[in-house]
Design a protein around this ligand. Structure first.
Ligand code: NDP
Length: 252
């Protein structure tokens, strides 16, 4: 482990960070952590009740009030992404971080059997919505002195694995999108682009993918937050374009 030996406190003071999939799992943990580090967080997710639960926890812990965008990323269209960007511009004038975390697992099934409609849904949710949001938010990230674009990948997005279907393929494409953006933006702007591979993490998605596994045997989402926080901070300016295994940087 290096990345400047991680833990930072108050690392995100005054930053404005949009998190997708902020109602559960790693996205919720990131929303709580970023807010505890002083950031104004904007929570996007498809389940309003879950987003409100995240909101309530943040309000109780940090006396700050997040903005909520309840939206199903499977049906996100570019116009709506631009409307979200406009709303953020009106409120803050910039965006310091975009954590593209939401994802759908889809079925564990062979390509031979994979349902076509589900393929489209998973690719839309995991990949196309990330392109729409990134494109819409880029001018706001450029307006930040230290814009951060953080994607979420997976081991099945680096080496093909049987029965991971559209999910695995969407993560390969996410790695590609991240690398392309890092090459385009790294040289000409203050934006830094990364992907995090959380590895096995105690969330609903993990339990659904590995129903026989004891959840206690894998790390919590909270244990990954020093890495998430670091990549969003000014300290990450020295890096760009890496796809990082979170298990290398686990907190106790
Ligand atoms: P969770 O299922 O706990 O959280 C995913 C979040 O994304 C949920 O809040 C979910 O909403 C939201 N989401 C899913 N589909 C949509 C949609 N169409 N529109 C809006 N929001 C949506 O999963 P994790 O926290 O485990 O996963 C977070 C990221 O980490 C994902 O990108 C995943 O691929 C990646 N990852 C996770 C690993 C793990 O072991 N947990 C390992 C490797 C990668 P809802 O709550 O309504 O379902």
């Amino acid at each position: 482990a290096e990345l400047q030996s991680l833990p930072l406190t108050d690392a995100l003071k005054g930053k404005v960070i949009l998190i997708t999939g902020a109602g559960d799992g790693l996205g919720k943990a990131a929303a709580l952590d970023f807010s505890a580090q002083g950031a104004d967080v904007i929570l996007l997710g498809r389940n309003q009740a879950k987003l409100e639960a995240t909101y309530d926890e943040i309000e109780a812990l940090n006396q700050s009030r997040p903005i909520i965008f309840p939206y199903d990323l499977n049906t996100l269209i570019p116009d709506v992404a631009r409307e979200m960007a406009f709303a953020i511009e009106q409120e803050f004038g910039r965006l310091d971080g975009l954590l593209l975390n939401a994802a759908a697992l889809g079925s564990k099934m062979s390509i031979a059997q994979y349902p076509e409609q589900q393929w489209l849904d998973v690719i839309n949710t995991n990949l196309n919505s990330s392109f729409y949001l990134t494109k819409a938010m880029l001018p706001l990230l450029e307006a930040s002195s230290a814009g951060r674009l953080v994607f979420t990948t997976s081991s099945v997005g680096r080496q093909g694995r049987a029965y991971w279907g559209a999910y695995g393929v969407s993560k390969f494409a996410t790695e590609g999108l991240m690398q392309t953006l890092a090459a385009e933006l790294g040289a000409t702007s203050a934006i830094r682009t990364f992907a995090i591979n959380p590895g096995a993490t105690r969330t609903a998605m993990r339990a659904s993918a590995y129903p026989g596994e004891d959840p206690e045997s894998v790390p919590t989402a909270a244990a990954h937050m020093p890495l998430y926080r670091f990549l969003m901070s000014d300290a990450a300016s020295a890096y760009n374009g890496q796809s990082i295994n979170a298990h290398t940087y686990l907190a106790d």
